[in-house]
Design a protein around this ligand. Structure first.
Ligand SMILES: *[C@@H]1O[C@H](CO)[C@@H](O)[C@H](O)[C@H]1NC(C)=O
Ligand SMILES: *[C@@H]1O[C@H](CO)[C@@H](O)[C@H](O)[C@H]1NC(C)=O
Ligand SMILES: *[C@@H]1O[C@H](CO)[C@@H](O)[C@H](O)[C@H]1NC(C)=O
Ligand SMILES: *[C@@H]1O[C@H](CO)[C@@H](O)[C@H](O)[C@H]1NC(C)=O
Ligand SMILES: *[C@@H]1O[C@H](CO)[C@@H](O)[C@H](O)[C@H]1NC(C)=O
Ligand SMILES: *[C@@H]1O[C@H](CO)[C@@H](O)[C@H](O)[C@H]1NC(C)=O
Ligand SMILES: *[C@@H]1O[C@H](CO)[C@@H](O)[C@H](O)[C@H]1NC(C)=O
Length: 580
């Protein structure tokens, strides 16, 4: 069936005639290689050309890339039946031949080329339907965020595929609209007017349009404002000048306020500032506390200042962030500031190097022995005079000049150890300021106490005449420390003539038993002297008297006796027995 032919539409065709084709502008002609250019998207059933063949040709044949679109009539009318699509095939290579009645080729085949011309029938498409990008806060206007890419299938380098980008909407419009810019041809998205702050708006959504001359496509772009420590703290000034303080300025005093600023996001580890002293304060006399709201650093005295050791210090501060800086950013000179601390002298009291001086000495040292020494220094270098305070027993004296301490009386550990006195150092001249320290003298024990009875014994009572031997358990003690007096006591009767009537037997390290040997005692008072040896080095003995009275009611009574009185004396029988 012959399609309806619209001859007038042939005007739409632009004919490019092949070499040697002389009938330019003609719509019919002999069979020759030819090229036709046809716009895509045109109404179908269009006539392209009318081929004429010489006899004996009676019919035409079309082969090649017809795609079932191109047809040829028996009489040589070439036409197409559907709209062409350049994006499907931009060039159709066809062949046309003329056949005779028997179907044999009499002319051709000749190549017929159909070039499909572009029309803008494709809308631009973004490679992604949604883009996400980020911009570091405080980035400068012009900073690139990323590039959006769209594509158009229409013919390259023609107006049909020429794309322009545009921001349609920004959400939110805070602090203002137009914060972003897209380069209309490259699609590069960048920061337009001002740097952004994360705490103002952490996220923006943009609607971006890409258009060719007829179509427009939208896509959404999400931009996150991110925090990065890319700014260093900068001091307001590099030199805080001279600061003069007296050396007695109190610990805890705030002496200076310093200020650096950091352009990173406020109240984060990227903008918080910690101040360190890097030079001039190895002793740690100063510290810097930072106000977290203002980043102001307050310089505080942490340890006493001292004119004598450090009169002038050149202090250098460094302002740092707790967070590390991003790669490529480093602290520079602007993060440092200095000041000069000048400490002035005030007269100070002498100083002892320690609060307590200690010495050990045996309690039996000879009078006049040096038992210790103390030293103090006056910060201003004045001479010092030493004296003692609180020497209640009058045991010690101090050399006023050297601070050496001597014993001036017998010492006794048992009377009190350690013996504590105060030493006073007074500067000679100046304001006669003085300081006090302690001197503790520990007295080392020697075995200088004989054994004695641990308590007073009230005695045992025996009826006269005795019916059975009786006994009394008694305990000995010693005022020396156990390690000096020996491991145990030994007990014996102090006089041989007591042995007929009495017997002493040891029970354990401290206790012994006094017993009667028989029952035939007279009705009278007996004095029983007992020797107690402490086994120490040297061994000391005590003689204790145990007065026994045997009456109608016989009892033995033991008297607690001052052991010392009986030292080295077996003649202690003089000791008066106690009568109750
Ligand atoms: C492209 O952007 C430039 C400014 O960068 C502007 O002058 C021009 O008009 C824009 N063109 C289009 C087609 O929007
Ligand atoms: C941006 O769009 C996403 C959804 O695509 C939404 O979850 C988000 O809340 C939007 N942000 C803003 C600031 O409007
Ligand atoms: C600080 O003191 C030094 C001397 O210690 C002096 O040379 C300098 O000029 C002083 N600087 C200021 C700012 O007063
Ligand atoms: C330190 O770096 C900052 C930028 O990070 C700059 O503004 C400043 O001038 C620099 N200071 C010095 C002393 O180079
Ligand atoms: C005194 O003796 C004690 C031990 O008994 C010892 O710890 C201390 O260091 C001695 N002090 C001096 C000053 O010798
Ligand atoms: C004073 O005592 C110290 C120990 O506290 C000692 O090192 C020094 O030698 C003593 N000086 C004299 C003069 O005894
Ligand atoms: C020694 O013997 C007495 C009397 O039997 C007893 O009270 C004391 O606890 C004993 N002491 C020791 C150390 O065994």
């Amino acid at each position: 069936m012959i399609p309806q032919v619209h001859l007038h539409s042939l005007c739409l065709l632009i004919l490019y005639l092949t070499t040697g084709y002389s009938q330019e502008g003609k719509f019919s002609g002999p069979l020759k290689p030819m090229t036709f250019s046809i716009f895509e998207g045109q109404e179908p059933s269009q006539i392209i050309f009318q081929f004429k063949a010489n006899p004996p040709a009676v019919t035409f044949q079309l082969t090649g890339e017809t795609d079932n679109i191109f047809m040829i009539e028996r009489d040589g009318l070439l036409y197409y039946t559907r709209a062409l699509d350049r994006e499907a095939r931009s060039t159709h290579n066809l062949q046309v031949a003329a056949l005779d009645a028997s179907g044999a080729v009499v002319e051709g085949p000749v190549p017929i080329t159909i070039e499909v011309k572009d029309i803008n029938d494709n809308r631009p498409m973004f490679l992604q339907s949604k883009y996400e990008g980020s911009v570091r806060q405080n980035s400068r206007p012009g900073s690139s965020i990323g590039t959006l890419t769209a594509h158009d299938r229409d013919e390259e380098n023609t107006a049909n595929s020429f794309l322009a980008y545009r921001i349609v909407e920004q959400t939110p419009k805070l602090p203002m609209d137009g914060l972003f810019l897209i380069e209309n041809f490259s699609g590069m998205l960048q920061l337009a007017k001002q740097s952004l702050k994360k705490q103002d708006t952490p996220q923006y959504n943009l609607t971006v349009a890409v258009s060719d001359k007829d179509f427009k496509t939208l896509c959404s772009v999400q931009i996150n404002v991110i925090d990065i420590n890319d700014q260093i703290p900068i001091f307001e000034k590099s030199d805080y000048g001279n600061l003069t303080l007296t050396e007695d300025t109190k610990v805890g005093s705030t002496i200076l306020a310093i200020q650096a600023t950091d352009a990173d996001e406020p109240f984060t580890g990227s903008s918080k500032i910690l101040y360190h002293i890097t030079v001039g304060d190895s002793e740690g006399r100063l510290g810097v506390d930072t106000d977290p709201h203002t980043n102001t650093g307050y310089v505080i005295i942490k340890k006493p200042l001292d004119f004598e050791t450090a009169a002038v210090s050149n202090i250098v501060f460094k302002a740092e962030n707790p967070e590390p800086l991003v790669f490529g950013v480093t602290y520079n000179e602007s993060s440092f500031a200095k000041f000069t601390l000048i400490v002035t002298d005030v007269n100070e009291a002498p100083q002892f190097p320690q609060h307590v001086f200690q010495a050990n000495v045996s309690e039996d040292v000879a009078i006049g022995t040096k038992v210790g020494n103390v030293t103090a220094k006056d910060p201003e270098g004045l001479d010092i005079r030493y004296s003692l305070r609180g020497d209640t027993r009058g045991w010690l004296k101090i050399d006023h000049v050297t601070g050496e301490i001597f014993s001036v009386a017998p010492l006794d550990r048992e009377a009190g150890s350690p013996y504590r006195v105060q030493v006073v150092a007074t500067e000679v001249g100046g304001s006669s300021l003085s300081s006090v320290s302690e001197f503790h003298l520990t007295l080392l024990d020697v075995n200088d106490n004989p054994p004695r009875l641990a308590k007073e014994y009230t005695g045992l009572f025996f009826c006269h005449p005795l019916r059975a031997p009786g006994s009394l358990i008694f305990e000995a003690t010693d005022d020396d420390q156990p390690k000096f007096r020996g491991p145990h006591f030994t007990f014996s009767l102090a006089s041989g003539n007591l042995e007929n009537d009495w017997e002493v037997s040891k029970i354990n390290v401290t206790h012994a038993r006094l017993s009667t040997r028989h029952t035939s005692f007279e009705e009278r008072e007996y004095i029983v002297l007992i020797r107690i040896n402490d086994g120490g080095r040297p061994p000391l003995e005590g003689i204790v008297s145990l007065p026994g009275i045997i009456l109608t009611v016989v009892f033995i009574r033991m008297k607690k006796d001052k052991g010392k009185d009986n030292v080295e004396s077996t003649q202690a029988s003089e000791v008066k027995p106690l009568r109750s």
